[in-house]
Design a protein around this ligand. Structure first.
Ligand code: P6P
Length: 356
């Protein structure tokens, strides 16, 4: 269903931001956020086009140069291209942007010393890109932090190198400092799902008009679901509490009495989106081989956790609320369990009982 404005025209993402955005921000910041979101939606439209035509334009597969990103992962052509599309969109319109951090950039980058850097943008430009060649859903994940006053880019000319480096480290903020976050999912439909701190809104790209139109206003996650989403190949390496809890979802001995289905796409954006829409839980937990799991805190877990909490869900590392974790490095990983409040809380209660 498409929601319309008073004049019967579609409620587009642009018009949504012209009107509502985040009531907690003052007028200047609302304008800044509008500009940043205009850049992000423009980039996502471009990435959606690149992804949908990858097989036609020979953009599947790996970088010819076989380049490796800071994660030690081979970069796909579209990883690099999507990163460039987002960087250029943010630089061009990111007049209020000071710093960018990306999964595909070794270090945070300054947008431009002259910008008046009120904001910091973090993103995973094309999450799940290893699925591109099989035509499986992928997505862009983004988060916007308000830059701390001490590091406004307009002051940067006066700062010596060390202070600039300190500013760049300013990107290491906990998710509780986010002012906006969300994702764009490239799947059977292209959906932009985001929050600016007053609930979660879902917009679907209408190819006929080239605009994201409001189709899912005020999304809230079901209080409990019947789906769990985790890579069970790692099950033998999980901690015993998680193994026991997932087993209880399979045999119906969990508190809901229901036996769950398992769904795992292997693309975080698609797995989180399905969890948001249908309920249940998504997890990339720690295991014996990876004490911090696989997903990155700054530009994957924090933005998704902010959004899930805004939709009424819970997002935890298993030990603490994801949004409370202060990153020690740009590409830090954390274990992640997120989803319906009753599902995740039952697991947290079992961790608590095991700790007694
Ligand atoms: P695994 C994709 O590579 C990704 O970063 C996330 O999108 C996804 O949730 C996870 O890794 C899948 O990892 O180890 O289950 O293949």
């Amino acid at each position: 269903e498409q929601f319309v404005c008073a004049d019967e025209s579609p409620m587009t993402l642009t018009r949504y931001f012209m009107g509502k955005a985040n009531e907690q921000l003052d007028e200047e910041h609302v304008q800044d956020l509008q500009n940043l979101m205009a850049s992000i939606q423009m980039a996502c439209k471009k990435i959606a086009s690149l992804v949908s035509r990858a097989g036609i334009t020979n953009l599947t597969g790996y970088e010819a140069s076989g380049s490796i990103n800071v994660q030690g992962e081979e970069q796909k052509k579209l990883d690099v291209l999507s990163n460039d599309v987002l960087k250029h969109a943010l630089k061009w319109r990111g007049g209020k942007l000071g710093i960018i951090a990306s999964e595909e950039e070794d270090e945070p980058i300054m947008v431009d010393e002259l910008a008046s850097g009120n904001y910091i943008a973090v993103f995973d430009p094309l999450d799940g890109s290893s699925n591109i060649d099989a035509g499986i859903a992928t997505g862009t994940i983004f988060g916007i932090f308000a830059e701390s006053a001490g590091c406004l880019a307009s002051d940067w000319e006066a700062k010596v190198d060390q202070e600039v480096l300190t500013c760049l480290q300013n990107v290491l903020q906990p998710g509780s400092n986010l002012v906006a976050s969300g994702y764009c999912m490239y799947s059977s439909s292209c959906m932009m799902v985001l929050t600016t701190g007053s609930g979660v809104q879902g917009f679907t790209l209408d190819p006929q008009i080239g605009e994201f139109v409001l189709t899912h206003p005020s999304i809230t996650i079901p209080s409990r679901g019947k789906i769990y989403s985790v890579n069970e190949a790692n099950e033998p390496a999980w901690d015993p509490v998680l193994r026991s809890y997932i087993a209880s979802l399979k045999d119906g001995s969990n508190s809901s009495g229901m036996t769950y289905s398992s769904r795992y796409i292997g693309s975080m954006v698609a797995d989180v989106h399905r969890t948001l829409m249908y309920g249940g839980l998504f997890a990339y937990p720690a295991d014996k081989r990876n004490a911090n799991g696989k997903l990155r805190l700054l530009y994957e877990c924090s933005p998704m956790s902010y959004l899930i909490e805004q939709a009424g869900g819970i997002a935890t590392t298993g030990r603490e609320r994801v949004l409370d974790v202060i990153p020690s490095s740009v590409h830090q990983r954390v274990p992640l369990v997120l989803g319906s409040p009753e599902d995740v809380q039952e697991l947290l209660d079992k961790y608590y009982e095991a700790s007694l």
